[in-house]
Design a binder for this molecule. Structure first.
Ligand code: ATP
Ligand code: MG
Length: 402
């Protein structure tokens, strides 16, 4: 069957009242970017739905792309027909015949958004249903659990026929919720946290702490590869800020008692990320923390670490079990990269027994003997910012200017 358009349903976006136009524009932009390889398509968007007109482009490939776009609740490949019963019956027959397998059942579900149409929904259902029953040998009606559900939507401009409803990625359109910095390690959790934040419409920039020579180029490559996956989900590119963290870590090791180094390391990371956030004009920080997963993620730890900033810290995985996080990592195709064995800057100086219940007063006291601020500023100064695209070598933020 040759579908000539794909009908896209917005889902949650349609509850956004007066902001709706803004959301529809963002979604249209995401669809446009994802479908760049198909130059003949045309996008028509109205307040409550969107159509991609295929104009001869490959529907199957386009469906694959649409599945990954945030802000789409579901979509259906559809055929447009004139508002005239004979044409509707004929097109319905061709469509159902193209899908029908011996012994299958069907039902017709008509919907009228335009009540001026001559027939009501029951009458439409009966007319089309009767036409299919007389013209397809062996087909039967099953209104509860049909194999084929033919949807007939009567709208002002035309009638649309479709048989399939394909689930979309859900969430809100890309970049409709503002910008946040994602603290991206090479682990399993933080890329998943980034995915979940993007799904809610956040634009993200990744921040990675790197401690050469204790962490290798291979560890950096791993983070670049994870960022490529995130760039793909973002529908274009993302920025990755790589922070040289060795000097700060050495200072912590010299100044802070061993069982508090982990707490202090996290506090310094957060301070630096917050500085980068200010420069980049983001409004939040995202981490892959999950309550109780490791020593740094107890409530006491979070309380001690979070003290250094009052910027909102979003923790999309906070209440999730590791097995569920791994499941998502596998679905979004980051698991394999995260499982590569290279060391992370936090694993190289891991204390034998990190405090699981650190105290704010104590960590403040230990940090007060040394001025970390100049080292923090220096790290921020020396950040290397890369623009990451899914299928290209990363390049420095400034190389595009020349
Ligand atoms: P992940 O799987 O994301 O590495 P984790 O279970 O290993 O998480 P931690 O090592 O305690 O947990 O890290 C908690 C969070 O701190 C991470 O999810 C990430 O957001 C941030 N983080 C840890 N290490 C780094 C790093 N080297 N660079 C940037 N962020 C980091
Ligand atoms: Mg980690």
């Amino acid at each position: 069957m040759n579908y000539d358009r794909i009908l896209i349903r917005y889902g949650e976006i349609s509850t956004k009242g007066r902001n709706r136009n803004k959301f529809v524009d963002k979604l249209r932009k995401s669809v446009r970017i994802a479908l760049t390889p198909f130059p003949n398509i045309k996008i028509e968007a109205s307040r409550d739905r969107m159509y991609v007109l295929l104009n001869g482009e490959n529907g199957i490939e386009i469906i694959k792309k649409l599945k990954n776009i945030f802000g789409i609740q579901s979509f259906s490949p559809a055929i447009k027909v004139e508002r005239e019963m004979e044409s509707i019956k004929e097109a319905s027959l061709t469509l159902v015949k193209s899908l029908y397998l011996e012994g299958q059942t069907f039902k017709v579900t008509a919907k009228r958004s335009d009540k001026t149409f001559d027939l009501n929904t029951d009458e439409i259902n009966n007319a089309i249903g009767g036409h299919l029953l007389t013209n397809i040998a062996g087909i039967k009606v099953d209104v509860r659990n049909p194999d084929i559900n033919l949807r007939v939507e009567v709208r002002k401009e035309a009638v649309y026929l479709s048989c399939e409803t394909i689930k979309g990625a859900g969430g809100l359109p890309s970049e409709s919720s503002g910008k946040a910095m994602l603290m991206l390690s090479g682990g399993i959790d933080s890329p998943v946290a980034g995915y979940m934040a993007m799904k809610r419409g956040l634009e993200i920039e990744a921040v990675h702490f790197f401690s050469p020579p204790f962490t290798s180029e291979r560890a950096k490559e791993k983070v670049i590869d994870l960022s490529k996956k995130l760039a793909e989900m973002a529908g274009g590119s993302i920025k990755l800020h790589i922070v040289p963290f060795t000097d700060v870590q050495q200072a912590i090791r010299e100044q802070v008692p061993e069982n508090y180094t982990m707490t202090s390391t996290r506090r310094m990371m957060l301070r630096i990320t917050d500085e980068i956030r200010k420069k980049q004009e983001g409004l939040a920080i995202i981490t892959g923390e999950s309550l109780g997963q490791v020593a740094s993620q107890t409530l006491e730890s979070m309380y001690a670490i979070n003290e250094v900033t009052n910027t909102p810290i979003l923790r999309p995985l906070i209440s999730m079990d590791k097995t569920d996080i791994i499941k998502i990592a596998s679905e979004i195709d980051t698991l394999e990269i995260s499982n590569r064995p290279y060391e992370d800057c936090c694993t190289i100086f891991v204390p034998a027994s990190p405090k699981t219940k650190p105290k704010r007063e104590k960590v403040n006291q230990y940090e007060s003997y040394f001025d970390f601020e100049p080292l923090i500023q220096e790290a921020v100064q020396e950040v290397e910012t890369l623009v990451i695209k899914p299928d290209r070598e990363p390049h420095s933020e400034f190389s595009e200017l020349f």
